[in-house]
Design a protein around this ligand. Sequence first.
Ligand SMILES: [Zn+2]
Length: 470
Amino acid sequence: MSNKNNEYAIYQAQLEHGSIPEIKKLAEQVYKMPSDNLEIQTEVARYWARQSDEMQSFLTRQQRDVEAWQLAGLSKLVDDAFTQVPFYRELYQKEGYELGCIKSFSDFKCLPIVNKKILSGVSESLRVSNASQLLQAHTLRTSGSSGVPFAVFRDDNYLKRDHAQCLRFYSNCLRTPLLESDWIYFIHHSGLLVSSMLGKYRIFQLPDLLPTTPLGQHLLLIKPRLLVVLPSYLPLLIAHKKEILDSGVEAVLVNSESSSCHERAYYSKLLELPIFDEYSSEEIGLMATQCLYSRYHFTEDSTYLEIINADENGFGAVVATDLKNAYMPMIRFDHGDLAKLHDSPSICQCGRSSMSLSEINGRRDDAFKTRDSTLIPSASLLAILDATLVDEDLSLVSYRLIQKTAEAVELLTVYKGQPYLPIAQIINSIEQQLSTLFGYKVTLTHQEVRALPEKKSYKRKSIVNEWSGV
Ligand SMILES: [Zn+2]
């Protein structure tokens, strides 16, 4: 773990804006990940060179082999967590856990389920395997969709595996494997952990897409093979269809917000390109990726997924275990998402025999809407709140942002102490950023409350649209 950085020695993908002023301006707004440094890029590149063939062949392994591999991984993860992580030691001790007792998936499924609320209630130093490394760990502070601030800590090993798994998915969405000279183009508020591997497998990122952004012009310069976008931007891509196809884009990937298969099929037809979805979260990373035949295949070498308490339609809670994160183990973690297992156990037409999901019905955050009905993605709203409200503040317990009318938004907060800045300053900053997103002046009012009102329809939601639109 290291934060060493050498700004001048690494390839600056964001400078490839082609001197197009609108692109340059947006590209400069991209948040630079602390992990995007020379040392991590070098490690990721080495890992990819060593592991990518084996990672690819993992996808077509016999299911029996995969299960044996996962069980060994789970057993070690739980034993290590029990030995090294005070939170799990106490939790599992109560259950009478003994080292080496995970010998089957049924044994594993007897372990208690945790969630963000439980983990947030435990001191950060008790959730990791070595508290003295906490300051050097890669930290992700997030509000997610539940409005409860939460921090996840990771080591370098996590970063390498996570990035490599994203690239494997991207490569498999293309007609032929991704080459090291290829570009991937993100239209997304959040990028990957590194922007290239020392100049190879480069990623250019725009944090937002405006109706006036000359995207097509830039795509013709960059010639990316893949677009990674928020589903809310799919309608805006249509205006750039010709340049998208002329520049050689072979597929579009969506993530972060839920999109329906109808929506994806509709835009896929209009764009004449396949659109793939992924199921991932900030806390766990990539969990399942969609293939050409619409199944969401589990990323079985990174996570172990369970669907529990399924209802009569097959929808149950997603409980995930992160096989990559040994530093802050996430074992049987309930996201609050709902998903349905694919009911056919047969091998998919894509050749994979992994477990898969047929539908994901989670994270139904309401996007906000401007007075001319343009959608403001909930992910863009969360990005503002994460940066302004959540990042610095450990006294924030929860919040909810509610759109009341075309021009009025309300913020409810629950603090357990003083905010990190005077609240008026925080509100003013959020109000300005909202106005930029909306394209006109939006008024933000604030109320500090003892608890967020529990409403069944949007329990767990931190972004709520109460305005029915025009
Ligand atoms: Zn498939």
